[in-house]
Every structure is written in C-alpha cells, then in structure tokens.
Design a protein around this ligand. Structure first.
Ligand code: UDP
Length: 238
C-alpha cells in the first residue's frame, strides 16, 4: 500500500492519502506532547508501541461490536484506516478522579467514581480544549443531539469492554479519551487511537503510573511503561 500526499499532521500521527479515496494511512509518530503541546519531547519507538497497543485494543472492541476505523496494520507504525470526518469532540470517560477533574471540582485524587463519568471537550488547541455541555455542542453544530447520544453510548460501551480487560491484566483503567468520525454514510466509527498517550493506567498492585503521566510529571521510564502495557496486552490477546 503506497503512501501518497500528506493530508494532515497532528501531535501523534500523520495521515496520508492512498489510491483508494475511502482509505488513509495513519503513521504513529515518536513525538510526545503534553499541556496543549507546551511540553514536547521525542521517545524513539513510542509510535510503534502506540500503534501496536491501539491495534490490539481496536481489534478487541471490534470483536465486541464497536465499529472502528481500523482496516489493518501495515507495519510497526502504519495503520490502514477508513477515511472519516472527525467529530471535533474529545470524549473522556473517567472511572477514578484524577487530572483536570480533581483540579476543576476539588474531588479528591484517586476517588473511585460512583458511576463512570462521560465528558465532552471541544477539540480546539487554540482554545485549550475547553469542556463542553451537550447544549454547547449542539449550538455550535459540532454534532447533532442524536450523535451526542451515540457518542455517550459508545463511550460507555468501550469502557465496559476495556475495564474488565485491563483488570484481567492487572491494570486499573483510570480514565481515557476517545475520538469518533463519520464515514461517508454518516455512520459513527471509533477513530484516532487508544494508547497510553490517551489513557491513564495504574498498576493494580503497586499503583505505579504506566501512561503519559510519566512524561507529564517527569517520572522517567516513559518507554518502559508503554512496553509493559503492550507486554501485558499481548499476553492476554495473543
Ligand atoms: N486526554 C487526552 N488528550 C487530551 C486531554 C486528555 O488523551 O487532549 C486524556 C488523558 O490522557 C486522560 C483523560 O483524557 O486519560 C482525561 O484527561 P484530563 O481531562 O484529566 O486532562 P489532563 O489532566 O490530561 O489535562
């Protein structure tokens, strides 16, 4: 599968056109960014780790009835994906309070939430990805009322598949962010990636952080944490 022109470059991936106009190639980059890209670094091999982790998780979700954009893995850093129009809403699911939830609302760090919380954020770097109410999203025509309902349902379903899976490999899924796109028929597909860049994982036994918080908080050993996550996933899914 030959890459044609670069059509988009984000913080974590590059998207290339291919011969078939309904498909794209997503290339996972080694760049690490945090705090709206004010903090930047590179970690050689990180792109391949995220590509492998995301492919396995998207496969698991597909098996559980969630439609994703992933067509197939091409090599260690490239995925063939279905072209979608990305809905500019970051859908965050939280099982345990940390990060911006504790900062904004004062809920104590580490509190297990009484139910899984689904939040919407406006995917807009210039505005710093602000939190959105459903009415904000509808008012701004980011998505229809029905689509918002679908996003919430899909986010909860993804959580209900991933939570027990990660529990089985001794990782606590604290929170994660997902993005969705519309295909040419308007069907909503899980897009982007699910990886330690977009999730928080705490080791079930030691409580050690095994995700991008190692980079955000300068805890070191970023790559070995991502390797550990992949190793556990492969141990369970291979
Ligand atoms: N997240 C993400 N991209 C973003 C913002 C958040 O992938 O632009 C993920 C983050 O890794 C965490 C969850 O969404 O798993 C919730 O993040 P939070 O709102 O607490 O923001 P943060 O503390 O990262 O600023």
């Amino acid at each position: 599968m030959e890459k044609k022109e670069l059509i988009y470059e984000g913080k974590g991936k590059k998207l290339f056109a291919v011969e078939n106009g309904d498909l794209l190639i997503a290339e996972f980059k080694d760049d690490l960014t945090a705090f709206n890209a004010q903090k930047r670094s590179q970690e050689s091999g990180k792109g391949a780790l995220n590509a492998a982790i995301s492919a396995k998780l998207f496969g698991l979700l597909e098996k559980n009835g969630i439609a994703t954009h992933l067509v197939k893995t091409l090599d260690s850093t490239n995925h063939l994906i279905k072209k979608t129009q990305i809905i500019p809403i970051e859908v965050v699911v939280r099982n345990v309070a940390t990060g911006s939830l504790t900062k904004r609302l004062g809920i104590e760090e580490g509190t297990k939430l009484a139910f899984s919380l689904v939040e919407f954020y406006y995917k807009n770097d210039d505005l710093g990805d602000p939190i959105l109410s459903d009415e904000h999203a509808i008012l701004m025509k980011l998505a229809s009322d029905n689509e918002l309902k679908t996003l919430k349902e899909l986010a909860r379903k993804i959580n209900s598949v991933l939570l027990p899976f990660f529990e089985s490999i001794k990782l606590r899924l604290i929170d994660f962010k997902v993005e969705f796109g519309r295909d040419r028929n308007g069907a909503i597909l899980l897009a982007d990636e699910i990886s330690p860049d977009s999730c928080r994982f705490w080791d079930a036994t030691s409580g050690e952080k095994l995700d991008k918080d190692r980079f955000r908080q300068d805890l070191g050993d970023v790559k070995s944490a991502y390797e550990e996550v992949l190793k556990r996933i492969l141990g369970a899914l291979n």
